[in-house]
Design a protein around this ligand. Structure first.
Ligand code: GTR
Length: 324
């Protein structure tokens, strides 16, 4: 009798496990930021919606805090189909998806509102349409605010103050050329190495939005945050084209809709976090100053000719600029 009950229990648990593996799927997404950062919070919202709407058939495992390595590696894993999704900054995609170059150029977006109009409209669709040719599918664009320079040396008022400084940039040709155009020496480094770079003097400065500057502890060594607000490349939630192809039509709709529904949540979290980060760094001793933005913008035409010179790039730039 006991033997039969045991057998029945074993059979039952085998059946449950079989059902789970046959019908439930855990999608893995990588993010460089820690769990309380707005991008990861937005992913958590996305995951909760996905699980609820699919009756737990599709769930999300969030590999935050760089568990899967630096952003470039996560993009490679996604393209190879080894990882389902990655949330990365658009600039990191420049070498993989040429259509991400123009939106990563300095002074392309006039405001957060302008950026939202572009990303929510036909131009955002046009950029997203380029991804499948490079092994990825865009699920959502998230906010990343505007990036400004910060240094260990002193405040910057104009590009002349950057001359000769070793400035960390994201691993992107555009980012390198941009700081070179302003007279600095670009040092492309993965995000995870910037804090040590600043603390040891390997680099004199970097550039990022206020939340990243604060969260990654860069504000501890680089006390001068100068509001150049030069680029506004958004964050991108990209899915592996291989994973996308393996989903049914219904699952694709669920995934895309849940990701899209996390966008307004992210926007609200982001606006709040930008304010909080600025207040926190100021209270901790950061000196925030304004810069002569026109002087930074004036030196950009050669950069635009190089990265937005081809007909398709020029067209994309004009479409962005023509958006309200
Ligand atoms: C942050 C962005 C990260 C990463 C980082 C960097 O603003 O959210 O994804 O790209 O910048 O500078 O490397």
């Amino acid at each position: 009798m006991a033997g039969r009950i045991l057998l029945a229990i074993l059979l039952l648990s085998f059946t449950v496990a079989f059902h789970e593996s046959a019908f439930c799927r855990e999608l893995r997404v990588a993010d460089t930021h820690p769990q309380d950062y707005p991008t990861v919070q937005a992913l958590e919202h996305f995951g909760a919606l996905l699980a609820e709407r699919s009756q737990q058939r599709l769930t999300l495992k969030i590999l935050h805090s760089r568990i899967m390595g630096e952003e470039r590696e996560t993009v490679r894993h996604v393209r190879a189909g080894a990882l389902d999704m990655a949330r990365v900054n658009m600039a990191v995609l420049n070498d993989f998806v040429p259509e991400t170059v123009v939106p990563s150029l300095p002074f392309v977006f006039r405001s957060a509102e302008h950026l939202h109009h572009v990303l929510d409209g036909p131009v955002g669709e046009q950029i997203a349409r380029a991804f499948p040719h490079h092994g990825m599918v865009v699920l959502a664009f998230y906010d990343s605010g505007a990036r400004s320079f910060y240094t260990t040396r002193g405040p910057l008022a104009a590009p002349a103050d950057l001359r000769g400084l070793r400035i960390r940039v994201q691993q992107s040709k555009v980012a390198e050329a941009m700081v070179r155009a302003w007279g600095a020496i670009p040092v492309p480094l993965p995000y995870g190495q910037v804090g040590v770079g600043l603390a040891t003097g390997v680099i004199d400065g970097a550039e990022n939005n206020a939340p990243a500057y604060q969260d990654a502890g860069h504000s501890r060594s680089a006390r001068y945050y100068s509001l150049s607000e030069h680029t506004m490349a958004p964050e991108v939630l990209a899915m592996s084209a291989a994973t996308w192809r393996s989903l049914s039509a219904d699952e694709r709709t669920l995934v895309r809709q849940a990701a899209q529904d996390s966008v307004p949540v992210m926007r609200a979290l982001w606006a709040e976090r930008e304010r909080a980060a600025r207040d926190a760094v100021t209270a901790a001793g950061t000196v925030i100053t304004t810069v002569d933005k026109a002087a930074f913008a004036e030196t950009m035409p050669p950069l635009y000719r190089r990265f937005a010179g081809k007909a398709a790039q020029r067209d994309l730039l004009l479409r962005i600029q023509a958006t309200d």
